[in-house]
Design a protein around this ligand. Structure first.
Ligand code: 4AD
Ligand code: MG
Length: 461
């Protein structure tokens, strides 16, 4: 018999059908002459109830059906009299595939703390939270590709190993095959010529510069992949390895980019609402009782637009006492971002035109000589989930910026070349995928919305 997934059983089969189901035991209850075993297989949040009557041979082994063990069940699908499920399976046979010793299996309780679950990242996919999280991540990935594909964007795979610092912020992990205990020297310094690539190489912080290369030939492209940052930020919204979606659009200015960011987020959110109802209800119940209504509100309203200068004015005039200072020229901290989007506007806010000094070298300078065509999208609870800009397409201005920023212009020769040959106005942004999953689900810590979180001093699994 072909195996049926639980989702398929609960959705598409009929009472009376013979079925084969395989999964892991969540709980077991036995009464005098019947046992109820809940099993899950990841296809849906709902467990399947398997009923084992005392007249069956399988009834002899129900006592060994411990939480966590894996089973193969055959039986008949039947309308369920119990509440909470439409169907159950009346077992004819049950085979234990793998035991899970109840003395040592860590997932015995119904609820565990997120901190504990992080220590058993190899088992947490079996919890409801991680199942729901994985299904929502999956839906969101699909929606991201769907959005860009339906608009004719090409998916470009940016390299993970690179020699250039896309953000110019010096927060890169070095990739090397040099023997760190015995470094080759040349004139008193490390001889990088002996390294694998003949020069220092790093894990990428962003696929933007490579996306720009393709946009300036193919018009509309996007990347979606892991990016790495060696910033020592131990916060609930920073990871050392996170996924980023980066569209790059030729012939597009900041206004076009702002529209794109709004359409894009609305598309993802509405698809999650449409296709992940059960999982969203789970998060709404256990993590944030406004998770669903927040997404619905966003899908049906317009994002607010503010310039950085307006935002700073609002913050200064607000009666809030912030931990970090607010004044024109300082970067917005997450408390400021959250004030703007949560308290002031109650919706996502697109902040544009930040001071040049606090933004990356590639952003297009405004005529005021002080600000750049930057764009950040802020959402309640998280703050910034998108950062982007119109790009500096003027070669001479870009070269000047690189020099001012103290970046080695020879390392960016190809980036400058793009401005020399057929340059066009173009814009792009980066969406932090995990921050978006955090926002959608209401899960407070970013470590709990990625399968394997990488943070300072933590890379066990
Ligand atoms: O604002 P960022 O640094 O922008 C860039 O990297 C640009 N190159 C993107 C572009 O224009 N193509 O990062 C973009 C987004 C942030 O808004 C945030 O959501 C997320 O990436 N992000 C992080 N997410 C988790 N952990 C970190 N350490 C993050 N740093 C940035
Ligand atoms: Mg940013």
């Amino acid at each position: 018999m072909r195996r049926s997934k639980i989702k398929e059983l609960l959705g598409g089969k009929q009472a009376g059908d013979e079925v084969l189901v395989q999964g892991w035991v969540k709980t077991r209850r036995s009464s005098k002459n019947v046992a109820f075993v809940q099993i899950s297989d990841g296809s849906t949040l709902a467990d399947l109830q398997v009923v084992v009557g005392e007249s069956l041979p399988a009834y002899q082994i129900v006592d060994s059906l411990n939480t966590g063990c894996s089973v193969s069940v055959t039986g008949t699908l039947a309308e369920s009299l119990g509440k909470g499920q439409r169907y159950e399976v009346q077992a004819t046979s049950i085979e234990v595939l793998g035991q899970a010793d109840p003395e040592t299996y860590p997932l015995q309780k119904k609820r565990h703390t997120p901190e504990f679950l992080r220590e058993i990242a190899h088992l947490r996919p079996r919890t409801n939270t991680f199942g729901a999280m994985a299904r929502i991540r999956n839906q969101m990935s699909q929606s991201i590709h769907g959005f860009f594909q339906s608009r004719g964007y090409l998916f470009i795979q940016a390299p993970m190993i690179t020699a250039s610092d896309a953000e110019g912020a010096g927060e890169m992990f070095r990739v090397t095959t040099l023997d760190l205990d015995n470094l080759p020297l040349k004139e008193g310094a490390v001889n990088n010529e002996e390294d694998f690539f003949g020069k220092p190489a790093f894990l990428t912080v962003s696929g933007q510069l490579e996306a720009e290369i393709f946009a300036l030939g193919l018009s509309d492209v996007y990347t979606f992949g892991p990016t790495f940052r060696a910033e020592n930020s131990n916060t609930s919204r920073h990871l050392a390895e996170f996924w980023m979606v980066e569209p790059e659009v030729a012939f597009c200015d900041l206004e076009g980019l702002a529209e794109l960011s709004e359409d894009f987020l609305k598309h993802i959110f509405s698809q999650v609402l449409e296709n992940c109802g059960e999982d969203m209800e789970f998060f709404n119940r256990w993590y944030d009782n406004k998770a669903i209504s927040t997404l619905e509100g966003i899908v049906n309203s317009n994002f607010e637009r503010l310039t950085y200068t307006e935002a700073v004015d609002i913050l200064i005039k607000s009666a809030e006492s912030f931990e970090f200072p607010v004044s024109w020229g300082l970067d917005l901290q997450s408390e400021h971002e959250r004030y703007l989007t949560e308290k002031r506007v109650g919706r996502p806010v697109i902040v544009t035109d930040y001071p040049m000094e606090i933004k990356a070298f590639y952003m297009r300078q405004n005529d005021d000589g002080k600000t750049v065509r930057a764009l950040d999208v802020l959402v309640p609870r998280i703050g910034e989930i998108i950062g982007g800009s119109q790009r500096e397409e003027r070669g001479d201005v870009l070269l000047e910026r690189l020099r001012q920023a103290g970046l080695p212009e020879e390392a960016y020769w190809w980036y400058l070349d793009l401005r020399k040959y057929g340059t066009v106005p173009h814009s792009g942004f980066g969406l932090g995928f995990e921050r978006t999953v955090q926002f959608v689900t209401g899960v407070p810590n970013i470590r709990d919305v990625i399968p394997f979180p990488r943070t300072p001093k933590n890379a066990e699994f």
